[in-house]
Design a protein around this ligand. Structure first.
Ligand code: SF4
Ligand code: SF4
Length: 284
C-alpha cells in the first residue's frame, strides 16, 4: 500500500485500537456517546499492514490507546510487528497480564528519548487500587520499561491524586497530574483556547484545522475527538489505497459542541505548555 506522510505540523498520532475497556469509570469520555464502546475492531494483522503505511518522525510515535488498548486481542502482536521506524507509546490502565507483556515485549521497543514515559498509566482511583498499580508499575520499571503514572485532578479525587503522587515519587515512579476536563456539578472545568467551543449552547459554522491524526478501531481517520466519538465526518480511511493527509482548514458546523480534548490548552510532545490540537477560524 502507498505510504502516508505526516505533515510537519502534526503533533500526535492516536490509534484507538478499541473503545472497549475492562474498567468502568463514571466519568469515562467513551461513555458520552451511545454505542461507542461497541464499535467493531479490526485484526492485529490489518493494523500492522495499515499502520506500516505511516511515514512518521522519531519524535512522533504512534500512541496505542482506547478505550483500553490491551483489551484488543492482538495488542502484543501489533507492538511486536509494527515497523521499527515507528516509535510506540501506550496509554493504558495497566489491567493486563504484565508478566506476559514482560516476557513477550522488548522494553527497548517501547522506549525513546522523550521528556515523559512511553507507557503512560492512567490511574483511576474510583476503580483502581493504588497499591496494585504501584506494584505493577514498579515491576515493569524494574524490567526496563519506560513507564509512568498520570492522574486526573477531578474535583472529587484531587486530594487523593496529590497524595498518590507524593507516594509514587517517593518510590521513584514518575507520577504526573492532568487537568480535569468536562463538567462537574454544573461547572465546566479545564483551560480552553476557544471559550465557547465546549459550552453546548449554540452550534456555529467554522473552519478548523487539526494537528492530530486520530484513527478509530476500524482504521477510519478523523480530524477531532468530537467526530471520532460521534463517528461522523471521517476524512478518510487507512484502508483506502489512495488516502493521504491534507493539512488544511475544513468546514465544520459543530463548533460549540467540541470535545474538550481538542480545545484544551496543553503541552505538546516536547512537554511545552500552550499547545492546542486544533486551530479555528470563525466565519461570522
Ligand atoms: S480506564 Fe479509561 S477507558 Fe476505561 S473506563 Fe476508565 S476512563 Fe474509560
Ligand atoms: S470545530 Fe470542534 S467539532 Fe468541529 S472539527 Fe473543530 S474541534 Fe471538531
Amino acid at each position: 500500500m502507498k505510504p502516508v506522510n505526516l505533515p510537519p505540523t502534526y503533533n500526535y498520532i492516536g490509534i484507538f485500537l478499541t473503545f472497549g475497556c475492562n474498567l468502568n469509570c463514571s466519568y469515562c469520555i467513551n461513555n458520552f456517546e451511545e454505542g461507542v464502546k461497541k464499535r467493531k475492531i479490526i485484526s492485529g494483522k490489518e493494523w500492522v499492514r495499515l499502520l506500516n503505511r505511516l511515514e512518521s518522525r522519531p519524535d512522533l510515535p504512534v500512541t496505542l490507546q482506547g478505550g483500553e488498548p490491551s483489551t484488543h486481542p492482538d495488542f502484543i502482536y501489533i507492538i511486536n510487528n509494527l515497523k521499527t521506524s515507528l516509535n510506540i507509546d501506550i496509554l493504558t490502565n495497566i489491567q493486563f497480564d504484565i508478566e506476559k507483556f514482560i516476557k513477550e515485549v522488548d522494553p527497548q521497543r517501547v522506549k525513546r528519548p522523550a521528556p515523559y514515559a512511553s507507557i503512560r498509566v492512567s490511574y483511576h482511583p474510583e476503580v483502581m487500587d493504588l497499591e496494585d498499580t504501584i506494584r505493577r508499575v514498579l515491576r515493569m520499571q524494574d524490567k526496563g520499561f519506560s513507564i509512568g503514572i498520570w492522574g486526573v485532578l477531578h474535583p472529587l479525587y484531587k486530594e487523593h491524586i496529590l497524595e498518590a503522587q507524593r507516594k509514587c515519587r517517593s518510590l521513584g515512579i514518575d507520577f504526573r497530574t492532568k487537568e480535569f476536563l468536562g463538567e462537574y456539578q454544573g461547572r465546566l472545568y479545564g483551560t480552553y483556547k476557544y471559550k465557547s467551543a465546549c459550552t453546548k449552547e449554540k452550534r456555529r459554522r467554522v473552519l478548523c484545522k487539526t494537528t492530530e491524526l486520530l484513527i478509530d478501531p476500524q482504521a477510519q481517520v478523523f480530524r477531532c475527538h468530537h467526530d471520532i466519538y460521534k463517528n461522523i465526518n471521517p476524512i478518510g480511511s487507512l484502508f483506502d489505497e489512495n488516502f493521504q493527509i491534507e493539512d488544511k482548514f475544513r468546514e465544520c458546523d459543530w463548533y460549540g459542541f467540541c470535545n474538550p480534548c481538542d480545545i484544551k490548552v496543553k503541552t505538546n510532545r516536547f512537554q511545552e505548555y500552550g499547545h492546542t490540537s486544533v486551530e479555528i477560524k470563525f466565519l461570522d
